[in-house]
Design a protein around this ligand. Structure first.
Ligand SMILES: C[S@@+](CC[C@H](N)C(=O)[O-])C[C@H]1O[C@@H](n2cnc3c(N)ncnc32)[C@H](O)[C@@H]1O
Length: 200
């Protein structure tokens, strides 16, 4: 197992081996799609961590972003490669631990999209997540995401409340928007916080 009681890479890979992608919406997360369709964000470099088969990656690439996608399982990156090829778009696909992204990613991205990655990692890794995101985003860059309030003790997915988001992100990020969204996919209705966080 991974650090503490979270999922290990092997646990995630097993899901891909068994084709058990219970988290996969089969489409771009609706609140993220709505945001991107209605807010002009400069079509610069975008990052998608823990991308899975990457509906968001394909969407960003189709809409003119230079996208980097990261997932540490071969199952995810192979599925994403097929998804990109099927849609005739390209992206930089990195099969590696997100927490090991090197210095070459520093201040590189204008946008990071969060979709069921923050809830996938063990809560003890949340400080490292915030440190890393604030390192790889450019000043003024945006972390736009949905954060899953499962209301459950265990995970993954691990519970994320409004208080958690404020506690972790208020320092390095300006909270531009933070609200329960009514645009979630049906099975997540009422449980997702939609956030627009701007790196200070
Ligand atoms: C719940 S899935 C979400 C996938 C995708 N975001 C989606 O919503 O369909 C979490 C993904 O994060 C990946 N993952 C978990 N921890 C990771 C880490 N430390 N570095 C890179 N990928 C990781 C897993 O392999 C898995 O594909």
């Amino acid at each position: 197992m991974a650090e503490d009681s979270g999922y290990s890479k092997e646990d995630w890979q097993k899901h891909y081996d068994e084709d058990d992608l219970r988290w996969d919406l089969g489409e771009v997360s609706p609140p993220l799609r709505h945001f991107l369709e209605n807010n002009p964000i400069s079509k610069d470099r975008a990052l998608v961590p823990g991308c899975g088969q990457g509906h968001e990656v394909v969407y960003l690439a189709q809409n003119g972003f230079a996208v980097t996608a990261v997932d540490y399982t071969k199952g995810a990156t192979q599925k994403l490669a097929r998804n990109l090829a099927r849609n005739r778009v390209g992206a930089e696909v990195i099969c590696a631990n997100f927490f090991n992204l090197g210095l070459e990613h520093k201040n590189r991205y204008n946008l990071m999209l969060e979709q069921t990655f923050f809830c996938a990692i063990h809560p003890t890794l949340r400080n490292r997540y915030v440190d890393l995101v604030s390192r790889v985003l450019k000043p003024g860059g945006f972390l736009v995401g949905v954060f899953y309030e499962t209301g459950e003790e265990d995970g993954p997915p691990f519970n994320t409340t409004r208080a958690h988001i404020l506690r972790h992100f208020s320092g390095p990020f300006q909270i531009e928007q933070l609200e329960k969204t009514n645009r979630s996919a049906e099975k997540r209705q009422g449980k997702e916080w939609f956030a627009v966080l701007k790196k200070r």
